[in-house]
Structure formats: structure tokens, C-alpha cells
Design a protein around this ligand. Sequence first.
Ligand code: PGA
Length: 259
Amino acid sequence: MAVARPVLVSGNWKMHANHFEALKLVQELAALFRAGGVPEGREVSLHPPFTSLRTVQTAVESDHVPVALGAQNCHYEERGAFTGEVSADMLAKLNVAYVIAGHSERRTLFGESDAVVRRKVDAIVGHGMCPIVCVGESLEQRRAGQAADHVRRQVLDALSGRAPETIGRLVLAYEPIWAIGTGETASAEDAEEMCALIREEVGKLAGPEASQSVRIQYGGSVTPESAGALLSAENVDGLLVGGASLDAERFAAIVRAGA
Ligand code: PGA
């Protein structure tokens, strides 16, 4: 039986927007969502850099902007001598709802292993937040026909051994590395194929209920032009948007695409 999964459109601001710029962006979005609303069955999360989180939280809560607060990363330890790091508890106390874990930029530029991503997922879930677990293959892996195996392994490494109820509430993001920030969006067919494969893998791990309720986003050069087709794919339950989320008009258009 088909399950209606709420679509989640997430704006990953990466290392953009100091807190002045963040306030401006969230106010622009607030005005757009006030005027046009967020379509029914869709949710939005904003993932500013750490230094802008409190500013965005205050603006969202005081103006009742219909968006959830998100973070881009966290450390897996509770507290301690980890200079420069931010814990899941610190994020939870700011009413952060979604935390990205294992973004490919973290994996490739900052050496995050699958084991580290797994521990981050533990910490995020342990603090009652929802991880957005990113998986995706490189261009070399795709060319060598290894994309499916690589993505399956990343899903397994992050999720195996968890309760089906926990897995069913997670968000996964399929982000092919060759599509991130390159302007080369995956076709809706390619995104659907991999998101379906991820759902199948979740089903093997955690059973049919979890596989029907887990949400799977696509990410990689999403634009207002490509968003509608991507969101209409059966197994694509949302979008993780980088560059286009820094422009309020473009992001709002993505949130509304095809609705
Ligand atoms: P992009 O980034 O939309 O700029 O390609 C997506 C992401 O990395 O989450």
C-alpha cells in the first residue's frame, strides 16, 4: 500500500550567510511563505552555519515562519576537549529538528568515515533530532558501475543494527557527488532509480513498514526548473538544496515546485 510521506525540502546553506545575511534571507523567505504558503504535505528545513543558528531560530520562532531549523553537522561526543566542535545537545537546545550527517563534503574534505557518520547518527537520534544521512557515489564509481554497491554499503554502515521504528523515522539523502555544485542535476529517472534502490535496502534491513515511512531526498544542483520532475518521482520524498537555497525566490519556487 502506498504511504503518503511528507515531502521535506531542505536548504543547506553550507559556509554561506553570516548572521546578518542569514537574518535577511530568513526574513525574505518568511515574506514569501506568508504570501504564498508552504504547500500542504510539504515541510521545509533551513540549515544555516552554526554562528547563524540562533539568529535564524529567533526569527523563525518570533515570526512563526513555517520552517524547521536544521544544522549541517555535529560531533558525536556529548562534551569534552574537542576544540572547534559542536555537540548534538547544543543543537537540540536551539530547537534544531534536522541535522545533516555524512555530507559528501564532510566525507571528502574533512575525512569523515562511515564509522564516524554512524556515531553522529547515534548522537543526533539520541537527542531526539532527525538525521539527514547523505549517501552518494563519485563520478569514477558511477563510470565503473559501482554506484549501486557503494550506496548500498553506505546505507548499511549508517543504519544496520537500529530498531525498525528508528529507521522508519529517518531521512536519507541521495546526493551523487558528481551532481553537487556542478550544475549537473541527475535526471529524475536516475534519482528515482537510486532512491528506489535505497528504499529497497532499508526494507531488507528494517522491514516493509520502515521502508515505506523512511524519507529519501535527492540532492545535487537542484533548481526551480528541475525540482518539479524530481519531486514527482515515486521514491523521491524531498530535496536537499545547496546553491539555490541561498536565493529566497529560487528556494521558495523549489519548495512549491509541482505542488
Ligand atoms: P548544490 O548542493 O545544490 O549546490 O549542488 C547540494 C548539497 O550539497 O547538499
